[in-house]
Design a protein around this ligand. Structure first.
Ligand SMILES: Nc1ncnc2c1ncn2[C@@H]1O[C@H](COP(=O)(O)OP(=O)(O)OP(=O)(O)O)[C@@H](O)[C@H]1O
Ligand SMILES: [Mg+2]
Length: 425
């Protein structure tokens, strides 16, 4: 496999400092560089090197396959698919790890470590477990990420500028050379300025008081659209069970109208389907109603009834009503990252040009409250984490449901390649 680094990637690769911090925009080529650095570090005999992502699942999805491809000619044995470990013929080992369960990462002495998407990780993974793991071998570390407000990644980046043995780098997406300028130009129109600066110019923005959907305001995003029989209906579900939330929307000329919210306390998927049936009766007079279904892809694995997954229940339900609904499913195989999903919703609520492309009926009180109140979780120092605060059981589920739909139909550009998979059915 031929590997050619772009100029800014080379600058990082060339640096000889023990600790490096790379802050770069989306699609800059951060993960690609991380994998090349790992292979380089493992090219010396007897090394142990780790790729660490924010979660095991994410790390596996992003890094495992390309790492196997890059190292295939040098495998000592078949890679271990459970432990995500590649042994090389000269006795070095490359492992893929997730920082979500960082306590379990104790015990190994490392020569080199990449922390990819560090802004989305619990900072204790570094301070309590990974930093000590570098001590005995004087191992090196590379921190990589796109900013998320002024959280622990910002603190690290600032502190690194003052410390010996540390190097810092900051690049925009454009400097990475992987995204055509027309694509970036189009993103400037679709996103609000602050998100654009953060995601594509890699700037550490102040994210206000932590409100996730800061682009929402009642004056511009609450409007009472009626059902339009010329248009199909879109139903998007979150499978939290208490409450079980979903939204009914229609879209016309790129504007999403949220007509109704379905909030069912202590419920199940079949009950949500029955509620859907009763709510849509008024729109379904005699003719076939076109419905596109969206939602949480994990509903394909999770069982809220003993024997069937949530999506099986939905499919069986619509199977019984073929005479009333013509259904297409638009559920991806993996959910987008929470941060991307929230960015997409904000971009639709208000974009850079000041356009408001989501209109919510005033009777969707839970959704409106969510958009006003849902916050990012914070760490004990008040830094924003890349996780929504779910401490109030009533909050976030209905806005999650809206987000699944928006992220699927109005994704952030440039497209985040590996982040949302193909449709599952
Ligand atoms: N030096 C390079 N040569 C060829 N392709 C590259 C190079 N660097 C990056 N790419 C390609 O550019 C795309 C984006 O790279 P990568 O996934 O590493 O970016 P990223 O900054 O990690 O993105 P994200 O913000 O989505 O995590 C990928 O398709 C990758 O294969
Ligand atoms: Mg990446």
């Amino acid at each position: 496999m031929k590997i050619i680094l772009k100029h800014p990637q080379w600058d990082v690769f060339d640096s000889e400092q023990r600790f490096q911090v790379l802050v770069a925009g989306r699609r800059f080529g951060k993960t690609y560089l991380a994998l090349v650095e790992l292979c380089q570090a493992a090219s010396v005999r007897g090394r142990l090197v780790w790729y660490v992502g924010p979660t095991y699942k994410q790390a596996k999805r992003i890094a495992w396959k390309p790492l196997k491809e890059m190292t295939r000619p040098y495998w000592a044995a078949k890679p271990n698919e459970t432990d995500l470990r590649i042994e090389l013929i000269w006795g070095s080992t490359i492992c893929v790890r997730g920082a979500d369960n960082y306590e379990s990462l104790r015990g190994d002495g490392l020569d080199f470590l990449v922390l990819d998407e560090y802004a989305s990780m619990a900072p204790e993974a570094w301070t309590e477990v990974l930093r000590p793991a570098l001590a005995d071998k004087q191992g090196r570390a590379l921190f990589i990420g796109t900013p998320h407000g002024r959280n622990h990644f910002f603190d690290l980046y600032e502190a690194a500028q003052e410390r010996p043995n540390w190097a810092t780098f900051q690049y925009t997406t454009e400097q990475g050379g992987n995204v055509p300028s027309e694509e970036l130009e189009s993103a400037t129109h679709e996103m609000d300025e602050r998100t654009y600066r953060q995601e594509f110019e890699a700037r550490f923005e102040t994210l206000g008081v932590g409100r996730a959907y800061y682009a929402f305001d009642r004056i511009h995003n609450v409007k009472n659209y009626r059902f339009n029989p010329q248009l199909g209906l879109r139903w998007s579900l979150d499978f939290n069970m208490n409450p079980l939330c979903s939204v009914l929307t229609q879209v016309s000329h790129g504007v999403v109208a949220v007509l109704e919210e379905l909030i069912l306390p202590d419920s199940n998927t079949l009950a949500a389907c029955e509620e859907f049936l009763s709510r849509t009766e008024k729109w379904n007079a005699g003719s076939l109603l076109h419905v596109q279904v969206y939602g949480d892809s994990t509903g394909e694995q999770r069982h809220t009834s003993a024997s069937r997954t949530d999506w099986q229940i939905v499919k069986e339900f619509f199977g019984r009503y073929r005479d009333r609904f013509n259904v297409t499913y638009r559920v991806p195989s993996t959910n987008p990252m929470v941060k991307d999903r929230v960015n997409c919703v904000n971009a639709m609520l208000r974009n850079h040009a000041g356009q408001h492309r989501v209109m919510i009926h005033e009777h969707c009180k839970h959704l409106i409250r969510d958009l006003e109140q849902v916050c990012w979780k914070t760490d004990p120092h008040g830094n924003s984490l890349v996780e929504l605060d779910k401490s109030d059981p009533m909050r976030s589920h209905v806005s999650d449901a809206l987000g699944y739909y928006i992220a699927r139909e109005f994704p952030m550009r440039p497209q985040m390649g590996e982040r949302s998979g193909p449709a599952i059915f």
